[in-house]
Write a protein that binds this ligand. Sequence first.
Ligand code: FAD
Ligand code: 2HG
Ligand code: ZN
Length: 477
Amino acid sequence: MSSQAITEPFENLHDQILDVVGEEGVVAGAEAMARYLAEERGRYVGRAAFVVRPANTQEVAEVVKLCHAAGVGIVPQGGNTSLVGGSIPFEEGDEIVLSLERLTRIRELDAENFTITVEAGVILQQVQEAAAEADRLFPLSLGAEGSCRIGGNIATNAGGVQVLRYGNMRDLVLGLEVVLPDGRVWDGLRGLRKDNTGYDLKQLFIAAEGTLGVVTAAVLKLYSRPREVVTAFAAVPDPETAVALLSQVRAASGEQVTSFELIPRTILEFATRHLEHCKDPLQQAQPWYLLIELFGGRPDGGLREALEECLMAAYEDGQVLDAAFAETETQRQEFWRLRESLTEAQKFEGGSIKHDVSVPVSAVPAFLREATDKCQELVPDCRPVPFGHLGDGNIHFNVSQPEAMDREAFLGRWEEMNAAVHDIVHRHRGSISAEHGIGRMKLAENARFKSEVELEMMRTLKQAFDPKGIMNRGKVL
Ligand code: FAD
Ligand code: 2HG
Ligand code: ZN
């Protein structure tokens, strides 16, 4: 790193921080900072005074204290996989990026308490692996799990493909360690299932997207590892049938459904057309697909038979058109790779306007019809590819551009299309951000749908925790 890239107003702060974190803890200069200043899709590219990479909680606290004294803004960053621009600084270049990527210790795994205590920079997949080594399950699972970090998962209240059974990140956090905006450290690392001693403060930092403090460590819940895993790829005629089938599978399996993912034909074709590792698991083209997974507690506990019987009965009723079971772990991985490749597959088909929304599960079919009609009315020949976590009512209502349209012209319709789709979501009493957060992308839309009372409570919290407004300013609120 070289300090000549540091502009004058930040020189003093830079030198003070350098004293705390050492050479390895500061990154400056356009080239070295580039990966911290842009997200994968290139939608947001920011600037920063410099990037700081502390090695432990104490260093984070010292850095935050110095920024607080200098009134300099801080953008916390984990794996930088945010899909709403939350981890990217603004273009003014007057903030620092605080990367947690060096806080990578697994502090403790207490198998009998079913807890793991990890630092904010541990990659999600490493937490899953550490749990598995101790014959435990850490159930948060999402496409970015090889690069997103636990602090980011907490700050966004990440969802993913097993929420139906185990809940969001919020449901998996028992305790937190947080550096407050003035540099004080709150040690709330308790591994308790019961603790009614006043306000549940950890909840404030979950989904706060780094606007109230920096998460440095967490106590997370573990579960028993499943002894039986049953995975099926089933075709259905329409979303109504998919929703009806969810109730049937829940009942037939004794509530052991872990994942229930919806995939339309169009995006499956994108994946098989552009990505060599993606194959259609079924023989014939079908309009809609479900990736269904059940976890059971006993080997050969009868879950496979239960799902087979359920799908067979549905097949006879015309509800299920075809289905394939994963017979091996490799085949199961192939089904999941297909599902996890859908974001990437869309990139080959030009611009995509995204909506990460949720409505009550029962309202998904009506929402899909109304939103599809509306988007096609706005941009004829656009290609909606709604996929995602049907079991949670969370649909990624992504819309690929018409084949013949100019990419930029299509993306220029982003706000208009978002507004129209979000109005429909609102009518169904849904959420305009089910799992990706607000960041900087959905600020205006969030403000449009939240009541003044709700916004005022949020502002009051922000003011109480961060009166100087240095923590990830301009995000969420
Ligand atoms: P970052 O992107 O680095 O940061 C996200 C936000 O958290 C920012 O506002 C940042 O300032 C804040 N932050 C980060 N670390 C801290 C900290 N230690 N303390 C305080 N604030 C902090 N999301 C889902 O919910 N479900 C999915 O299924 C899903 N699938 C995805 C698939 C792909 C291919 C991609 C690219 C993304 C996906 N995401 C998904 C979105 C993203 O992975 C999640 O939001 C994830 O939780 C972000 O973690 P991160 O470490 O990358 O955080
Ligand atoms: C998923 O479920 C992610 O795959 C990403 O949340 C969704 O690409 C998207 O919009
Ligand atoms: Zn998702």
